[in-house]
Design a protein around this ligand. Sequence first.
Ligand code: ADP
Ligand code: MG
Length: 698
Amino acid sequence: MIDLEHHDIKYLPGVGPQRAKVLGDELQIHTLHDLLYTFPYKHIDRTRLYYIHELTGDMPYVQIRGQILSFETEGEGRKRRLVAHFTDGQGLVELVWFNGLKYVTSAYKVRTDYVVFGRPSVFNGRINLVHPDIDPADSLHLNSMGLQPYYNTTEKMKRAGLNSRSLEHFTTTLFEKIDFVIPETLPGYLVSSLHLVSLDEALRHAHYPTCAEDLRKAQFRLKFEELFYIQLNIIRYARDRRQKYRGYVFARVGSLFHEFYERHLPFELTGAQKRVIREIRQDMGCGRQMNRLLQGDVGSGKTLVALMSMLIALDNDFQACIMAPTEILAEQHFGTFRKMLDGLPVRVELLTGTVKGKRRKEVLEGLEHGDVHVLVGTHAVLEDTVVFKSLGMVVIDEQHRFGVAQRARLWKKSGNPPHVLVMTATPIPRTLAMTLYGDLEVSVIDELPPGRKSIQTVHQFDNRRESLYRMMRGQLGEGRQVYVVYPLIKESEKMDIKNLEEGYEQLCRALPEYRISRVHGKMKPAEKEAEMQAFVSGETQILVATTVIEVGVNVPNASVMVIENAERFGLAQLHQLRGRVGRGADQSYCILVTRYQLSADTRKRIQIMTETNDGFEIAEADLKLRGPGDLEGTQQSGLAFNLRLADLARDGQILQLARDTAEKVLDEDPYCAAEKNQVMWKQLEKLRKTLVDWSAIS
Ligand code: ADP
Ligand code: MG
């Protein structure tokens, strides 16, 4: 039996050291095992032959059989192409090449039987097959070829002469070499109870299925296994940690909470807020350390939930801390808390990078002695000089802005880890949350405070400025405020800032009666603060900014969000930005300004935005459009693994099965120590070597 995992790919017949290097660099194929697990991205049915007269321009790949009548070169220079007139005796079709002309004319002969495989297209009213695959007809046994695999390749591979066909040859050779049954990697009892196909069969059929059903079964088994081990690992870790660390028990819901609820609350809580507060109370009272993700669309009132949860900590003689990603946001929270808690015996302090000197010393001392009850801050609260007397609860706002490591640091500020509530307005689809966070409980605020009018979103091309200004004037005239946002990315920073500056000047000319703030990433922090502050206080009516305003600012009087170059923003970001308006009781508007020519994807994004205000719907659509790797907000927290086969957007059901199965297995055998689970243990060990620090993730 060959040791697949240690057998270097270069020794596979047909590969050799040079191609092995390319395979390693480009597709991370180093061993036979790697090749085995490099799956085709699609299969094409090669059992059927078409007649040329059946072909139409909108067919997927087809194959036809016949002979080349003649070759001809057409066109000049870069347009030069080689055309072969091909017939099956009844119809005529053109085979076309734009490069490799010499090779083609020497490799293929006229009046010889070939099977031609390609995708029909229409050019000048005639059907073409561009750069088709051609095989001598007598070399193929079409009916036995079944579904042909297609593998991903890269530019570098193509330059080294490696294409999908080469990989097909390699895998064929490999399977010829594997004259034994590939050892099972799931416990036998799971394979049979879940009616999975064996690993051996799954691997063979994932590359070379005999029919579509075989392929489906093979993929199901492999996806299940992939997700199962990830779930097993996360859940095992989470259970382990739960045993090791106990949580503080907040048994009391005491006078502060009650007094706040009865006397200070300026409005009635929404049903969703009440439910979430109840969930949090239960968590913090049960002796387990709380680790809860609070998802709620922008404007759904997460801050209040945070505040009331913190009061429970205070009622139990603990301190609480809330960390926000920007200074402006920290200051806003600080202001809100001070105002709402006015008259209660609670000392709230602010700690950011700009709190210095004597002030800072006072805050730090207060924290250490325990007379500061609630600390509101930015990253600054993570510094080692910040010492709490008894930190019992931590809230992290807009959690996707913080890295995993930063979160872990907050934990360490307390004997037992404090209860943690992370809040985000970036809705993480359930499937992704399940994969990312093993034991993070999830609460959702799925209801907006009453009286909010849903934001009207419209799409406008950027050559229609006048109507845009008219609408802005209308809202400004009613005393409202307006955001105008420009994209800013590192690669095109100079251009982006130029766009913003030009936009700013245009606005100054178009709306001379209003005052305009301007904020972008290149400004000094103090300057930025001042400009923002002017807008927050209402001194200026328009804020022209790059995405620095994306996170959390609350200006209820702002009713228009204009997003320039909207085609350059992702869905999640557009939704976040839109959430800056619609916070008061007035009708608000979001205007997506784009250029005229748009890609299909962009048009889809804009359409979704104009059709729905529901963050979860948008997140699901985003996951489908872009794939989980790109999903905003998960990039920083980082999917700790690459899924080879499973697709979080589509395989939700398999994921659920994998998770349920993992739970069951661990209920029965917490340490995977049973004889029948040995193979599982070995897989887990392997998995763990390839992963980042799981403790930081869950
Ligand atoms: P987010 O969830 O985006 O952080 P905030 O907590 O900033 O939202 O709340 C948005 C606005 O809604 C704030 O002005 C807040 O005072 C208000 N708000 C929160 N809860 C309620 C409620 N139950 N009824 C009315 N207004 C509320
Ligand atoms: Mg918020």
